[in-house]
Design a protein around this ligand. Structure first.
Ligand code: 4AD
Ligand code: MG
Length: 462
């Protein structure tokens, strides 16, 4: 049976007979033998393989091997005399599956820029950095499921195609089967959606929250974890048009319970990744951002800061820093403000609560003074907003009023309103931007480098 290289590096014993499969990272030819380093993606480090010239087809096989070639090697593990590895594999047979012509294969030994690697999205996962990112991404996802499953949350699958705009921001991609070259029009010369696939306008979801609320009213505690889509034309290092979001929703829960869960959640994911991917995290600290390990330590061991929006505005007004965007009660915080609070002032994740009603979505619970809603955003150093959540408006009359005030049509939210008609309870939840979490964890500067196939304006190649 083929063994994974990570497992052999950790636990492989001298004299064990093993077979490995993978891609060659480097080849060094000596007189009478050669070294190749083989990587199978299971760990940052590859396994060093020694091939003596008495291995069958030595000359022809070696000629076909260069960086990027795919191979299978069988042999016996031996203690390694070389520096940096405990064991190595002494080959008895060697099969070359596929060559990688060094004249054209773009990934050679030198370090490539992340911009360059984005243009070869079909190959970049074979590099040290991107493979470390995707292993950490996987560990984050595993941690998320483990966290919720341990606490009895039900994973619910909310739809990708929807007819409602959860955030009410109108940043949705349309889904249609109409022939765009010949769109049917009705008597008012508007698009005749009755002829479309669903008989009405449909979109890619911006959030699974509204459906998660439906499920929370049956199962108490639920979470979603899936792709969401936003057609906002923001070409920044923190925005994607397609990103993954984790959205827990809890019945019988208020904003304090929501914040407590979010804080425990982030601490759990960081601990999990430190335990499961220590080598990758050390690599990020050494090569990408030298604050990665200290940040993880800080998240795990310190309480997050909690302040109200009103207090945040006071602090920003007092700041001895020039901001590009104005600071004024009633205006949304810009990422420079978020970063000042979390990065410069508190130097740790900062939870800002109770935002002005006008700048937040219709579903957030109105406070008694009606000026603010029970919202919370978690701001992370370097990233800014990583989590956005709230206690939900559970009172039918208030919710109806808020939907109208925001210029939305209550008729399209009839089922959402029904949840307040039948067995309504105080409830709360939040959304974690999964790629922003992976960015925060790894120190990667650009969100395009923490998702295998980034979708951004003008970019949908791979
Ligand atoms: O703050 P947002 O818009 O909140 C919601 O969608 C709520 N329905 C969540 C809830 O309460 N269940 O988005 C949540 C998070 C943000 O904090 C951010 O981390 C991430 O999603 N996010 C994006 N990540 C990448 N690219 C984008 N364009 C993003 N927009 C939001
Ligand atoms: Mg938000």
């Amino acid at each position: 049976m083929t063994r994974r290289i990570a497992e052999l590096l950790r636990a492989g014993q001298p004299d064990e007979t093993v077979t490995i499969q993978g891609w060659v990272r480097t080849k060094r030819e000596q007189k009478g033998f050669s070294f190749i380093e083989v990587n199978d993606g299971s760990s940052m480090a590859g396994l060093q393989v020694v091939i003596n010239q008495d291995v069958p087809d030595y000359e022809t096989s070696l000629k076909r091997i260069s960086t990027g070639a795919s191979v299978e090697v069988s042999g016996v593990l031996v203690p390694s005399p070389g520096k940096g590895q405990r064991i190595e594999l002494k080959a008895s047979t060697l099969t070359v599956y596929g060559e990688a012509d060094p004249e054209t294969y773009p990934l050679q030994k030198k370090r490539h820029s992340f911009e360059f690697l984005r243009d070869i999205g079909h190959l970049r996962s074979r590099t040290n950095t991107l493979s470390a990112v995707f292993r950490v991404r996987n560990a984050c996802a595993a941690a998320i499921h483990q966290f919720f499953q341990e606490r009895g949350f039900l994973w619910v699958h909310t739809p990708v195609i929807t007819s409602s705009d959860c955030e009410g921001a109108g940043e949705m991609f349309a889904v249609t089967s109409l022939n765009l070259k010949q769109v049917p029009l009705n008597e008012q010369k508007e698009i005749d959606y009755t002829q479309d696939f669903f008989g009405k306008p449909a979109y890619l979801t911006v959030s699974g929250q509204l459906e998660a609320e439906i499920m929370a009213m049956a199962f108490s505690n639920v979470y979603t974890f899936g792709p969401t889509f936003r057609a906002e034309n923001s070409n920044t290092s923190r925005h994607l048009a397609e990103f993954w979001m984790v959205e827990p929703e809890m019945a019988f829960c208020d904003l304090d319970g929501d914040m407590d869960l979010a804080e425990a959640f982030l601490k759990y994911i960081f601990s999990y990744v430190m335990e499961h991917c220590p080598e990758d995290m050390e690599f990020f600290n050494a090569r990408i951002d030298d604050s990665v390990l200290a940040t993880a330590e800080n998240i795990i061991n310190n309480q997050f800061e909690r302040i109200t929006y009103t207090k945040a505005i006071e602090l920003l007004e007092k700041a001895d820093k020039k901001f590009e965007y104005p600071v004024e009660w009633g205006l949304d915080l810009q990422s420079e403000h978020e970063r000042y609070l979390a990065e410069d002032l508190f130097k740790k994740p900062t939870i800002v609560t109770d935002y002005p009603t006008q700048i937040k979505a219709f579903y957030m619970r109105l406070s008694d003074d009606e000026k603010t809603v029970r919202a919370m955003d978690i701001l992370a150093p370097k990233i800014g907003e990583i989590i956005g959540g709230s206690q939900r408006e559970e009172r039918l009359d208030v919710l109806e009023r808020r939907i109208v005030e925001q210029g939305l049509d209550p008729a399209t939210y009839w089922w959402y309103l029904d949840l307040r008609r039948y067995g309504t309870v105080p409830h709360a939840g939040f959304g974690l931007g999964f790629e922003r979490l992976v960015q925060f964890m790894t120190g990667m500067a650009n969100i395009r480098d923490v998702i295998p196939f980034p979708r951004t304006p003008q970019n949908v190649e791979f």
